[in-house]
Design a protein around this ligand. Structure first.
Ligand code: EPZ
Length: 477
């Protein structure tokens, strides 16, 4: 058993982030963190979850069947939590997914002076925003979760200053923030890069017309949140149209913001003097729902996905029909049935309403076991194919060239140890393991816990053979 001496020890032993300031690693351990559960919502335990690397042991061959419930979207709830900063008082969010990223955003808001209370049973988070909020978002949290950048717009709008650590790139791309910065400069802010921080200042932001070179989700969200308290009218052209953008704008509208055009390429915001806190229900997670749909098709299964909006997944579900699946709408979601080996289907990722880039790993995994050859094209991130080598370890026949991948389907993959480079690739590797012969060991699964609530438990309910265990290869046990 490893006895943790001091925070720095964690970093050495567990490939984890250095424990945040004020976190005593000994306290974590002695709290007797139960084995097998990811975390209990506090960032200390998030460190523990990462400091105790776990892995999935997946035995292939199971056919997924049954019902699965989707909760709120990670890529919406994190921005809704940041938007709460725009109004002093108590904001309550429901349909909050039980994921690591919500833990990290909760901690980020606490450090900005907010009271944050999560109720896991009720899947709610209550954020009590003080009159005076801090304006600095620390590196130890931002580097763990890029979505922390979503506090930039609200902090600048509320306090006139925002110091947000630069998140840097990750496994799927360099992910610069130039569109965010260019938009804020247009609204009259000064923006400097100081010691690894974006330091943005503006006594009063002013409305402006902003053209985005690419319909960036993050830039659209940050600029909308900056514009709601600005002086005058802001027009964002070539804006992102994702359902998560609409969800954010609906919440801001209930807070008293004046926004037109959410969900279209042109969003117009007329600034107001102040906003009020509200209660809001997070939109369902279309990427988690899409992952279940793909997994059902790959395993020749029959899965009904509840609390999912098929309209948010139209092109992905259509691809499954082309691959041979039957997709039926049900009252609160959809049902996917597949009774024969999928047929290879091409996919081209694009901003919404195009095929979501976050389902690319699932599209590659589906085509890896389909009959025929498919071309899968990635248009959003330059390094999203980086995990193809892990799929190849399972015997997938995939050749990449720039942002194209040619996938030659094989009747069966073969189980092997693989490593998760990011959230979606991790889910793709697990479902590929479901259709591989023998065992697949998927390590670094804290990435998956960041975006998929209770992934292994839900898979077991659907009949999958999957176990979560400590990862001895990472030096524990
Ligand atoms: C959001 O990321 C999601 N993350 C991503 O999901 C998702 O892949 C992405 O939108 C696209 O749908 C969250 O919402 C937390 P972008 P975001 O700004 O906002 C380039 C997941 O697994 N760009 O739309 O960072 C950028 O590099 C994650 O849940 C600039 O060049 O995405 C990328 O190539 C992964 N300059 C493209 O635009 C900028 O200033 C799209 O990025 C901003 C973006």
């Amino acid at each position: 058993m490893v006895v943790l001496a001091d925070p720095g020890h964690v970093a050495q032993g567990g490939r984890a982030v250095v424990a945040g300031s004020g976190v005593d690693a000994r306290e974590i351990y002695h709290a007797g963190h139960p084995k097998g559960t990811a975390y209990d919502g506090r960032v200390e335990t998030a460190n523990a979850a990462i400091a105790r690397p776990q892995r999935f042991r997946v035995t292939g061959g199971a056919r997924l069947a049954g019902d699965v419930q989707v909760t709120g979207a990670k890529n919406s709830v994190l921005k809704l939590m940041a938007a709460a900063l725009l109004a002093p008082g108590v904001t309550t969010l429901s349909e909050v997914p039980d994921i690591l990223d919500v833990t990290i955003m909760s901690e980020l808001l606490r450090r900005l002076g907010c009271g944050v209370h999560r109720d896991r049973e009720a899947a709610t988070v209550t954020i009590d925003v003080p009159q005076k909020v801090e304006h600095r978002a620390d590196y130890d949290l931002v580097r763990r979760m890029r979505a922390s950048i979503a506090v930039l717009g609200p902090l600048l709008a509320r306090t006139g200053e925002a110091d947000v650590a630069l998140p840097g790139g990750d496994a799927i791309g360099s992910r610069p923030l130039d569109f965010h910065i260019a938009g804020l400069l247009k609204m009259g802010a000064t923006v400097e890069n100081e010691h690894g921080f974006i330091v943005a200042k503006a006594k009063q932001l002013t409305g402006a017309t902003i053209w985005l070179d690419f319909p960036s989700v993050g830039a659209t969200e940050n600029l909308v949140m900056a514009a709601v308290l600005a002086d005058g009218c802001t027009e964002i052209d070539n804006a992102a149209r994702e359902p998560e953008i609409v969800d954010l704008c609906v919440m801001l509208g209930h807070m008293g913001a004046q926004i037109e055009g959410a969900g279209t390429s042109t969003i117009v915001i007329v600034g107001v003097d102040s906003l009020r806190p509200v209660s809001h229900t997070t939109v369902a997670d279309r990427i988690v729902a899409g992952t279940w749909a793909m997994a059902a098709a790959m395993t020749l299964g029959d899965v009904t996905v509840h609390n999912a909006n098929p309209a948010h997944l139209e092109i992905a579900l259509d691809k499954l029909v082309t691959a041979g699946a039957t997709v039926d709408r049900v009252d609160d979601g959809f049902r996917v049935m597949m009774d024969r080996r999928p047929t290879a289907v091409d996919a081209v990722t694009l901003p919404f309403p195009g095929f979501p880039t976050d389902l690319l790993p699932m599209a590659l995994a589906l085509n890896a076991v389909a009959s025929g050859t498919a071309m899968v094209t990635e248009n959003v991130y330059e390094s999203r194919f980086s995990f193809v080598n892990e799929l190849a370890r399972l015997g997938a026949d995939i050749r990449t060239d720039g942002h194209h991948a040619v996938v030659r389907g094989r009747p069966l993959l073969s189980g092997a140890p693989v490593t998760t480079p990011d959230i979606r690739a991790g889910a793709g590797l697990v479902i590929a393991g479901l259709v591989a012969e023998g065992e697949t060991i998927v390590s670094e699964i804290h990435h998956i816990d960041r975006g998929y609530p209770k992934f292994d438990e839900q898979l077991r309910v659907l009949g999958a053979k999957i176990v979560r265990e400590d990862d001895p290869a990472a030096g524990f046990g």
